[in-house]
Design a protein. Structure first.
Ligand SMILES: *[C@@H]1O[C@H](CO)[C@@H](O)[C@H](O)[C@H]1NC(C)=O
Ligand SMILES: *[C@@H]1O[C@H](CO)[C@@H](O)[C@H](O)[C@H]1NC(C)=O
Ligand SMILES: *[C@@H]1O[C@H](CO)[C@@H](O)[C@H](O)[C@H]1NC(C)=O
Ligand SMILES: *[C@@H]1O[C@H](CO)[C@@H](O)[C@H](O)[C@H]1NC(C)=O
Length: 770
């Protein structure tokens, strides 16, 4: 969760809104134009046109004399984007061959220890040492790349795969000869949509090229497939060998995010190119609002990518811990939430009364003296109503000079609060969580001695501050601690289910490390991402589902390398059915937000377990026909199906019955009606049946089903035993879920496992009453 970045972006949004308020007077004459993505049905091009581009031009010309095509799309979608007035867009919708006209959407960007934590070190022998891993190209759609980082060292890598059709584009501060090599094999940037909406890119602030001036894209791409870098650390913290998940896979970056956000016309153009270039995996650590699949550009682009065998892995979002806060929920996308590592950066706050509280920090400057310093609550050192938040200019220097200041978390960036304390003459900071963040601790490379504490410790320290007549404290830094238990725990910020678009598909799919992750960084921003931070570091430690997504993207590349003929659905299934929901020592994975056990709405199938994913035994495979059946089950119209799948006039077979419950997903979400919802009946039992098909990808064997179900739901599996005589063999089964009505909004969970004694093929069960 890049609060720092989010708050920077927030100010951009505010600026935009100011111009919205000012604009109407000038815009009253000419209606305001915006970018629209026009999806066209390629096969409906009239014969008189020589090329699709001419047809698109003519279609555009028929609604506007002046509009220009920003992008023509040809791989994951067909059509183009252009600036149109709302009336022109409506006229466009009525033209022959137009499948849909979608307004531009703005998206936002949502590891030394990770490989060991994930068991990748111990799996070196388990992961087939296929040379095919180096044929896999991971395409990362993000803020670009800082190619000089050692994570992009290509030592030991063979020639660029012959099938690669991509390019390393020259641009500002980006010279292909020095930037690209056998590791970083592709780099492109996409800004036409951004500039059409936001005006020209300010080249004094960011390079109009694949160069990453932010850090986010360098961090995510090196996490997915960076080479191993010995002696990596951030200011001495998290020291060790940093490596991506798929160290021998290739990286191609597609810069689609700029200072003011990421725009769907650019993202779609990048997906179009990335698939055409020959990427096998696409990693998107960004998200926008929730909409139906036929109106969601990333979902539409991902459908075609999936059809071409490309795995699309996306961040679940950082809008947790509230319910139904997910983005990127299409079933053909792998939706990744975030958990913690077993690594921590403790910084102890010792109070004048002798009490000792543990917080976290990546502060690396001169430590505070061990003798106590005067300590004050920011709320007592301000005249401003929100002064407890340490907002710019709110602290009274005569109150805080020479003191440690306790600031409450919220509104402005965590690190910025430290600048405010320092600028007012404070010598240290304690950053206290409020209920909004609970016990979730995100370590920051503060510029003054500072430690972040959870809500409970924060409240205890505040009560000391408010009752002791002359409070004092000191902060002692504990460096890097590994082996923290329990871990992982679900990050509070990680977006949660249920899935608001299709409640019958459980999302997120799984979780991966996303808290305090070390990876490569840009050379044009400090590790905190704040402009006041003039430090430059090769690595940075940041948090978010933006960080967990590329872990899964890299693991998908490993799987694709080991099993080149597996479909994206098979790869997702292997990752999900081998994920764990319990700690090795017992007990379910915890949720930082509540301190109690998390549920499949928080972690999906569980936490990714790479060595096990390499040998899943059985998989739930799906192909494009299954997804079309899924769209039929959603009762999509022909036009809506065409928008998602690029199939004109696709008609759902009337002789078949389609049900989402028959879609071969590796998890189960069952929505039972409540008594009133079922027409006011009593507590009659409802039974819902799901059908699934397993494919054997291991040796012959017999698998037995076992279910752990909540008392409210009776679960029966038929048959309870499946025997596979050969690899590739498929066997189907049905699960019946029966339950009486429960109060609306209640939910409960279980797990279904198939095991041959060697493999466990597990699926989470989520039940809701609505
Ligand atoms: C505070 O607690 C930590 C561990 O809980 C310990 O390492 C440290 O020495 C303690 N500091 C003081 C001054 O008691
Ligand atoms: C600090 O503020 C609280 C109210 O927020 C007040 O009760 C307390 O007396 C103040 N303490 C000092 C030392 O000013
Ligand atoms: C803050 O409030 C106090 C008491 O009302 C007043 O004396 C002081 O001048 C104020 N300081 C600032 C910087 O506004
Ligand atoms: C689709 O329509 C059928 C028949 O009207 C209905 O039973 C089903 O619930 C609908 N499905 C969805 C996902 O709305």
């Amino acid at each position: 969760m890049r609060v720092a970045m989010e708050s920077l972006r927030l100010s951009v949004v505010l600026l935009l809104c100011c111009s919205c308020v000012l604009a109407p007077a000038a815009a009253a004459v000419a209606p305001k134009k915006r970018t629209y993505i026009v999806h066209m049905e390629k096969s409906q091009m009239p014969a008189e046109f020589a090329a699709h581009r001419n047809w698109y031009d003519a279609s555009l010309r028929s609604v506007s004399d002046v509009a220009e095509i920003l992008y023509a799309y040809d791989t994951v979608v067909h059509g183009f984007s252009a600036r149109l007035t709302p009336a022109e867009a409506r006229a466009m919708e009525g033209l022959p061959g137009v499948l849909g006209v979608l307004p531009e959407t703005r998206y936002e960007l949502h590891t030394t220890r990770t490989p060991e934590f994930l068991g990748l070190e111990r799996s070196e022998g388990l992961v087939p040492q296929s040379n095919t891993e180096s044929d896999i190209v991971v395409g990362v759609l993000d803020t670009g790349v800082w190619p000089e980082r050692k994570s992009y060292n290509d030592a030991g890598l063979g020639p660029i795969p012959a099938s690669w059709k991509g390019a390393c584009e020259e641009g500002k501060d980006f010279k292909p000869a020095s930037a690209c090599n056998r590791k970083l094999i592709g780099a492109r940037s996409f800004s036409k949509g951004y500039e059409a909406s936001m005006g020209p890119i300010d080249e004094s602030k960011e390079s109009k090229s694949p160069r990453d001036n932010d850090g986010h894209g360098t961090h995510t791409s090196s996490t997915a497939a960076g080479s191993a870098v010995p002696d990596a650390n951030l200011l001495g913290y998290a020291a060790g060998t940093a490596r991506g998940m798929a160290t021998r896979a290739r990286v191609a970056v597609y810069k689609v995010c700029w200072l003011g956000g990421c725009f769907s016309s650019d993202i779609l153009a990048a997906m179009d190119k990335a698939v055409e270039d020959g990427c096998s995996v696409l990693s998107l650590s960004l998200g926008g609002g929730m909409s139906d699949y036929y109106r969601d550009s990333v979902a539409i682009g991902a459908f075609s990518a999936m059809e071409k065998g490309v795995v699309v892995s996306c961040s679940a979002g950082n809008a947790g811990p509230g319910e139904s806060t997910l983005s990127n929920v299409a079933p053909w996308i792998t939706t990744v939430g975030a958990g913690t590592l077993d690594r921590d950066f403790p910084a102890y706050i010792v109070l004048g009364n002798g009490k000792n509280y543990s917080g976290v920090s990546l502060y690396s400057g001169k430590p505070l003296s061990s003798s106590s310093l005067p300590f004050i609550y920011a709320g007592n050192a301000t005249n401003a109503t929100n002064g407890n938040l340490c907002m710019q200019g709110t602290l009274l220097p005569d109150k805080v000079a020479g003191k440690i200041v306790l600031c409450d978390r919220g509104i402005n960036a965590r690190v910025q609060k430290g600048f405010v304390v320092r600028d007012a003459g404070g010598t240290g900071m304690v950053l206290a969580n409020t209920a909004a963040n609970g016990e979730e601790l995100v370590a920051d490379a503060h510029l003054l001695p500072a430690s972040a504490v959870g809500e409970k410790a924060g409240d205890a320290i505040k009560s000391y501050l408010l009752t002791d007549p002359s409070p004092t404290a000191t902060i002692a830094f504990g460096g890097t601690k590994v082996g923290v238990m329990p871990s992982p725990v679900v990050a509070a910020f990680s977006s949660r289910g249920p899935n608001a678009i299709t409640p019958d598909i459980l999302k997120p799919d799984l979780i991966a490390p996303g808290v305090n992750i070390l990876a490569s960084w840009t050379g044009t921003a400090g590790p905190t991402g704040q402009s006041a931070d003039s430090r430059r570091t090769e690595f940075s430690i940041i948090s978010g589902t933006s960080m967990s997504c590329p872990h899964v993207s890299g693991l998908a590349a490993l799987l694709k390398g080991a099993y080149p003929d597996w479909s994206p659905g098979a790869i997702k299934s292997a990752l999900m059915t081998t994920a764990y929901a319990n700690y090795a020592a017992g007990g379910g994975i915890l949720d930082v937000a509540t301190g109690s056990a998390a549920t499949p709405f928080d972690f999906g199938a569980g936490h990714v377990d790479p060595p096990k994913a390499m040998d899943p035994g059985l998989i739930y495979d799906v192909d494009v026909n299954d997804y079309l059946d899924f769209l039929c089950a959603l009762n999509y119209t022909t036009l809506q199906i065409a928008s998602v799948s690029r199939r004109p006039n696709y008609v759902c077979d009337r002789k078949k019955t389609f049900a989402v419950s028959d879609f071969n997903y590796p998890s189960f979400a069952v929505a039972f009606p409540t008594a009133s919802g079922a027409g006011g009946g009593s507590s009659a039992t409802t039974t819902v049946k799901h059908t699934r098909t397993l494919t054997n990808v291991g040796s012959p064997g017999t698998y037995k089903a076992s279910v752990s179900a909540p008392s409210e739901v009776k679960v029966t599996v038929d048959p309870t035993e499946l025997s596979f005589a050969a690899a590739g063999e498929k066997k189907s089964y049905t699960v019946s879920f029966s339950a009486a009505s429960q109060p609306s909004g209640s939910s409960t969970f279980g797990r279904l496992e198939w095991s041959d004694g060697k493999h466990v093929v597990a699926s989470p069960l989520a039940f809701t009453w609505t």
